[in-house]
Every structure is written in structure tokens, then in C-alpha cells.
Design a protein around this ligand. Structure first.
Ligand SMILES: Cc1ncc(COP(=O)(O)O)c(C=O)c1O
Length: 491
């Protein structure tokens, strides 16, 4: 519908002809829209009267019944009220408030959003070298489609309704069994809560355990999503350094900024790649117990262990560890599945179960049932085995290409696990510029410094994902990256 012409009086606009074309819709609907717009825009002021139905019908050359039907519709919605002298416009929110909302001024949002810093612009999902992306074209789509089919065929119509807010019981049981074997996690199925990926699981931990203003520790450099979740919970974030043994904390830190939550990636520090040493794991658990803190253990890509003996999760290291274990199927299956989970310590689950059931709604029930089937039938383990071999080959090919073609001084970190390597560069190379220039060539390495809240000179480099890039591409891609890096050297 066309807006009121500038400078036209409300009456002149109301009486201007309605459209006669079929596509414009019935007269009654057009008139109703026009009157509603005039009321919301303030052209028809609160308390003023609508034109008489007879006069308006004549002016618009439509039947009086059409006009009265439009008035009745407005009255039913509460925009107008009939009274003895005709039809009066209801006292709604002041018109200028309604106009301000449409004026183009930035809408008022929660102040905490301003603290969430955007990362670098995102490349397309299939851009080469993108960190964290699994091998999408190697996913066994046909087997997954069959599992989904079975889940839909085997489920009663009731499955289309809401499910258990904490997740489908067969999936929670399958996850508990799988984690016990693969990651040494100690839990019962009822402690597992299904979430929309690890990101949602971390946000849930923040909601369950922190109050606004509480302190949260994050690794620095570290996963930006954890910071965003803590900011969204109005937490005070304290960045903690990471070194070759992972997250560094000191007695002084525990006294100066005692945390409510500690976010960590012990199996494979994201993005720098360290494995948190056993001594630090035990010390962290002991300190967290002493200070009443909770550790969020994000085990995002530990299923792909490439070197040495598998290191179990922190959660299972000691009895009743104050650890919330977060996992995801984004790397082991595919990111758009949006399935992850958090394992809550049993006493915590007992304390939060009732509010959790009010807060959550479940959903994605067929996908959850198919995922349970995938795990229980052994297809998940077979897929993991295949992917582990593929990622190992890809990592080796990337290391070889870097050794041959990356003509810039560098050191490689990480690679024990997962889908990425971190290449540290001397501070004279501008990592953000390299990453921005690479994007123009459809390469999506991420600048290491962009993960740090307080970047140090050593937090300079490139995080290179090898999960979704074919091994034969690494040589030409690394040559290109090397050229871009040399061009980004600060003089
Ligand atoms: C360290 C880390 N944790 C969590 C996630 C988020 O995973 P999800 O897709 O399950 O939300 C990512 C994603 O890349 C990640 O790198």
C-alpha cells in the first residue's frame, strides 16, 4: 500500500481513491490498512473521530457496508471505539514514539551487546583453510539419510510434538556410553543435556551458574564464542594467558579475580593448540573446588587425536570434578546439524533440573533419534575412524607444503588433535592484513591475534584449517599465502 503523500492532510489522504486493480486486494482490506496506518502514524490523532461512514463511502465510491466492515474490524483490534457520536480513535502509544521506531535511528539494545566484538568478516563456508570446518564432502550423507528415514518411519506421530526438554533419552544414553569409552567421561544419561551445538551449551552453563557481574576466565588467545556467551550473561571477563602447557593460572589470579566460571579447551587449546598438562589439570580442579568455581571443559575436536596416547577428559580425572563437559557433533558430523551437549555434575543436575525443564523446549527430535541410531549402530565410530585417517593425511600434507613453500620465518604449533595448525609469525608480519588479503583469494585462515583480548607480540600468526581442504591443494595455497605474508611485512 502506498504511504500518505507528503504534506497531504489525513482527510485528503483517506479520501484519495483506492486501487481498483485485482492485485491490490479487496476494498475493505485496503481501507482497513489505510485507516490503521493513519492511526499508527498519528495522522488520525488519539481521541479524534473517523470520518462518517456515509461520507467516506461516497468520497471513495464504495459501498457503505464496506466502510462499516472496515470500521468494525478496526474496533475489534482495538484501534477505534464506537461511541454515540461516531467512531473515535483509541488512546494508543503516542504517535511520535511509533514514528521514532521507524526513523532509522539505531534501536536501543541491551548494553552488554556492545561488548561483543565482531571477528573478521566471514568467508564462504567452503573457502580453503578455514579453521574448524570438517571434511564436508566426505560425510556419509547416504548413511545419514537412511538413519533419518528410520527415525521418521519408526517414530509415532507423537514425536512431532515437544519432546523431553533435556533431549531425547536414546541420544542422551548413547552419548553417555560413547563418552565413557572414547573420552573417559563419567556420567549417567540423565546428566546429559542436548543443546544446539557447543555454543548453545556454553551459553547454557553461563545462564545456569553465573549472576551478572560474576567473573569468568577465558583463555587468551581463545575461542570468541565463549567470550560472547559470557558477555551475553553480563559477566566480567578476565583473559588468562596460555603457553605450551595450556591455560596458565597462578595463586595470585585466584585471589585477585576469583572466577565463578573458567572456560578451557584442555584437550586442544583453541586456537594455539597446546594440551593442558596433567599437573595443571589437577591444580585447576583443586583450585576450582577450593574457590567454589566451575570449569567449562570444551572438548570440541578431541575425537581426532593424531599423536601420542589419547588423553581423557578432565571431567573424568577425579570423582565429582567441578567440571561441565561440553561436546559437539559439529566437527564429528557437520556444523549445520546443530547438535551438541553438556554433561552436568550429578549434584548440579539435581539442583537445576526443574528450572532447566522450564527454560528448554527440546526439538530436532528426529535428528536426535537418528544420531542415537548412528552411534549405537557403530556407524559413528566407523566415520570417526575414517575421518581421523583423512585429517592425519591432510595435516601431514599441510606441514610438508609449509616446509617447502612458506618462505617466511615461522613456527608451527598444535596438531596433536583436531582440524587446524597454528603458524606463528614474527611480529613484523601483519597477521590481520594477511587474513584479510587471503579472503580475496577465497582462502580463510584466521589471524591468531584476532582471538586475543590482550594480544602480545607472540600472538601473531595464522590459524590454518586443514579439515575441509584437499591435500593436493596445499602446495599452491601455501605458495599464495607465502606471497601474501611477504607483502604484509611491516617495514
Ligand atoms: C573451541 C570451539 N568451541 C565450540 C565451537 C562451537 O561449536 P558448535 O558448532 O557446536 O556450536 C567451536 C566452533 O568452531 C570451537 O572452535
Amino acid at each position: 500500500m502506498s504511504p500518505p503523500p507528503r504534506n497531504a492532510t489525513a482527510t485528503a489522504w483517506l479520501e484519495s481513491p483506492l486501487a481498483r486493480e485485482r492485485e491490490a486486494g479487496p476494498m475493505q482490506r485496503q481501507l482497513h490498512e489505510r485507516l490503521k496506518r493513519a492511526i499508527l502514524d498519528g495522522g488520525l490523532a488519539p481521541g479524534s473521530r473517523l470520518p462518517g461512514s456515509r461520507a467516506l463511502a461516497e468520497a471513495l465510491s464504495i459501498s457503505r457496508n464496506t466502510v462499516t466492515a472496515a470500521f468494525e474490524h478496526l474496533a475489534a483490534e482495538g484501534y477505534v471505539q464506537p461511541d454515540r457520536q461516531g467512531t473515535r480513535v483509541t488512546e494508543l502509544a503516542p504517535a511520535k514514539v511509533m514514528r521514532a521506531a521507524r526513523s532509522g535511528a539505531a534501536p536501543a539494545t541491551a548494553r552488554r551487546l556492545a561488548r561483543i566484538q565482531p571477528g573478521a568478516p566471514r568467508a564462504e563456508m567452503d573457502a580453503a583453510l578455514r579453521p574448524g570446518m570438517p571434511a564436508l564432502s566426505h560425510f556419509p550423507a547416504a548413511a545419514w539419510r537412511r538413519a533419518i528415514d528410520r527415525a521418521i518411519r519408526g517414530a509415532s506421530p507423537a514425536t512431532l510434538g515437544y519432546g523431553d526438554p533435556l533431549g531425547e533419552p536414546p541420544l542422551r544414553a548413547a552419548i553417555a556410553r560413547h563418552l565413557a569409552i572414547a573420552r573417559g567421561v563419567r556420567c549417567e544419561p540423565h546428566q546429559v543435556v542436548i543443546a544446539e551445538g557447543a555454543q548453545e551449551a556454553i551459553a547454557l552453563c553461563v545462564r545456569l551458574l553465573s549472576n551478572p557481574g560474576d567473573t569468568g576466565w577465558v583463555e587468551d588467545p581463545g575461542y570468541r564464542g565463549a567470550k560472547a556467551a559470557m558477555h551475553a550473561g553480563d559477566m566480567r571477563i578476565v583473559p588468562m594467558r596460555v603457553d605450551a602447557e595450556g591455560l596458565c593460572t597462578s595463586e595470585r589470579d585466584w585471589h585477585r579475580h576469583p572466577p565463578r566460571l573458567v572456560y578451557a579447551t584442555p584437550s586442544h587449546q583453541y586456537p594455539a593448540g597446546a594440551v593442558l598438562s596433567i599437573a595443571r589439570r589437577l591444580a585447576l580442579i583443586a583450585q576450582a573446588r577450593r574457590h567454589g568455581a566451575w570449569i567449562i571443559e570444551d572438548d570440541y575436536d578431541s575425537e581426532f587425536r593424531h599423536t601420542g596416547e589419547p588423553i581423557g577428559a578432565m571431567q573424568g580425572l577425579v570423582d565429582d570434578a567441578p567440571v561441565l563437559y561440553v561436546g559437539t557433533f559439529s566437527k564429528t558430523m557437520f556444523p549445520s546439524l546443530r547438535l551438541g551437549f553438556v554433561v552436568l555434575p550429578a549434584p548440579l543436575m539435581a539442583a537445576v533440573q526443574k528450572p532447566l525443564k522450564e527454560m528448554l523446549r527440546g526439538g530436532h527430535r528426529h535428528e536426535q533419534l537418528a544420531m542415537a541410531d548412528f552411534i549405537e549402530s557403530g556407524q559413528f565410530s566407523r566415520h570417526l575412524g575414517r575421518m581421523r585417517r583423512l585429517y592425519r593425511e591432510r595435516q601431514q600434507a599441510l606441514r610438508l607444503a609449509l616446509a617447502r613453500h612458506f618462505k617466511v620465518p615461522h613456527e608451527i604449533d598444535g596438531g596433536h588433535c583436531g582440524l587446524h595448525l597454528t603458524v606463528r609469525l614474527p611480529p613484523s608480519f601483519d597477521d590481520r592484513r594477511i587474513a584479510a588479503d587471503a579472503l580475496r583469494h577465497r582462502l580463510a585462515p584466521t589471524a591468531l591475534s584476532s582471538f586475543a583480548m590482550r594480544p602480545r607480540p607472540s600472538d601473531n600468526g595464522l590459524v590454518l584449517g586443514y579439515g575441509n581442504t584437499s591435500a593436493e591443494l596445499f602446495e599452491p595455497l601455501v605458495k599464495r599465502l607465502s606471497q601474501l605474508a611477504r607483502a604484509a611485512e611491516r617495514s
